[in-house]
Ligand binder design. Structure first.
Ligand code: ATP
Ligand code: MG
Length: 299
């Protein structure tokens, strides 16, 4: 039987991006860019968000691609952000069809119709991407935000630098742990994701995972889930200090629901840790598997 520390190591690597997935993501970026190039003047595009920071969980859904628009598209900046999102939507519907394309608050989603199997595998393919129209603004970017009807500042480099700093301060285990907690968050057992957006988990981890890495995943996860429960009701600003508060999608009903799910999670973690304390490794493995989902290995 696999030991618990080895199971966590394997779990961490199961949630890591591999070469085939990165090749597929690049291919999809080029493909979406090719379609958008027909309708927009795009200066450059790049894969970003959690994907680029190695904090994306599996399966690879909603991989963010920034499309940095050029001079010919400047007129959109003085318009409601919905205009450029609608224009992106129309362009991508022409390419991929109605069913595959969704207009969202800050991006347009494209679903590639990839099947996710019962073990959360996709044969190394990206399920969907979020195409984000962006303009350069000084050292930062401006992206649409339909929730406020305004353009919103953002800076992926600052987010990436903060993630790297947190990772290093935490024995290089921070990104792996963030991926695990994001994987827990999207477990279908919860129905809707309890914590929205999942970027909020990463933002909370930037501040809450400190004091170094103690050496065991189960204890670190226990401490982080206790903090998630205690502090999910706080305001969490954009770590770069530019965009809307990252916690602004959690209204009081969503917070109450998240707290109750997090309370249960804390109880489940205590049970799993108790099994280990009693030397019941098999039971501990199954408890963590139920907690996280099929990417947590039993062998
Ligand atoms: N409120 C915000 N203010 C500024 N930048 C933001 C804000 N929310 C998200 N971003 C930036 O946009 C990126 C994409 O947002 P998204 O919600 O997809 O998060 P994510 O980190 O990619 O998480 P996920 O793994 O769920 O895709 C984030 O990684 C972050 O860099
Ligand atoms: Mg994303």
């Amino acid at each position: 039987m696999i030991s618990l520390p080895d199971a966590f190591k394997k779990f961490k690597s199961n949630l890591e991006l591999n070469e085939k997935e990165r090749t597929n993501a690049s291919k999809r970026q080029i493909e979406v860019r090719k379609y958008l190039d027909q309708d927009f003047q795009i200066d450059r595009s790049f894969l970003t968000g959690s994907y680029a920071r190695w904090t994306k969980s599996k399966p690879l859904k909603d991989v963010d691609i920034f499309f940095v628009l050029g001079k010919d598209e400047e007129h959109y900046r003085s318009k409601h952000p919905d205009e450029v999102l609608t224009a992106f939507y129309n362009s991508l519907v022409d390419a991929y069809g109605n069913d595959a394309v969704t207009k969202q608050g800050r991006s347009v989603g494209v679903d590639f119709g990839v099947v996710v199997d019962s073990a959360d595998n996709t044969d190394y393919r990206v399920v969907s991407v979020d195409a984000v129209p962006a303009f350069v603004k000084g050292n930062n970017f401006e992206i649409p935000n339909n929730a406020t009807g305004q353009w919103m500042g953002t800076n992926p480099e600052i987010h990436a630098a903060k993630a790297v700093a947190a990772h290093q301060a935490y024995g290089n285990e921070w990104k792996g742990l963030v991926r695990m907690v994001k994987y827990w968050n999207q477990n279908p057992r919860h129905g809707e994701k309890p914590i929205k957006p999942s970027f909020l988990i990463e933002v909370m981890a930037m501040q809450c995972l400190y004091g170094g890495w103690s050496g065991t995943h189960d204890r670190e996860i226990q401490a982080f889930f206790a903090t998630l429960r205690d502090r999910i009701d706080e305001d969490w600003p954009d770590p770069a200090g530019l965009g809307a508060p990252v916690s602004d999608r959690m209204d009081s009903a969503m917070i109450a629901r998240a707290q109750s799910i997090l309370n249960q999670a804390n109880r489940d973690i205590a049970t799993a840790i108790n099994f280990s304390r009693q030397g019941k490794n098999g039971e501990a493995l199954s408890a963590w598997r139920n907690f996280f989902g099929p990417k947590f290995p039993l062998s």
